[in-house]
Design a binder for this molecule. Structure first.
Ligand code: 5GP
Ligand code: ZN
Length: 113
């Protein structure tokens, strides 16, 4: 997808600090971390956000959620963590490529909204 920041990261056109990669997804450190551990997990196929998921393209989400616990374990998040996906303007989504934030390494705010 042209002009998609995360597609450019997948292509290697924009550098990132990768923590996990396979044929379906990529995980890398957020450039502006909001917690001691802040990782983004994205599908390699472009999907704009949770609002673009369908029965046909959502299998990658199950895959990502099978990878997230592995990443959390490797990052030492034994005490817990948060997985977040912002959707659209009201959800505060700034990059229109589906991504799941993994946040941890401290006691997180209990504010959800
Ligand atoms: P959103 O606001 O869409 O939920 O999350 C987008 C995230 O991408 C933000 O947390 C932001 O810090 C991160 N981000 C934006 N540009 C870059 C970049 O070029 N590299 C990395 N590693 N993260 C980025
Ligand atoms: Zn994209």
């Amino acid at each position: 997808m042209e002009n998609c920041l995360f597609c450019k990261i997948i292509a290697g056109d924009i550098p990132s600090t990768k923590v996990y990669e396979d044929d379906k997804c990529l995980a890398f450190r957020d450039i502006a971390p909001m917690a001691p551990t802040h990782i983004l997990v994205i599908p390699k196929a472009h999907i704009g956000g949770v609002d673009e998921l369908t029965a046909d393209n959502s299998a990658v989400v199950a895959h990502i959620f099978s990878v997230i616990p592995q990443i959390a374990k490797e990052e030492g998040l034994a005490n817990g963590y948060r997985v977040v996906s912002n959707v659209g303007d009201d959800g505060g989504q700034t990059v229109r490529h589906l991504h799941f934030h993994i946040l941890g390494g401290k006691k997180l705010s209990t504010e959800m909204a």
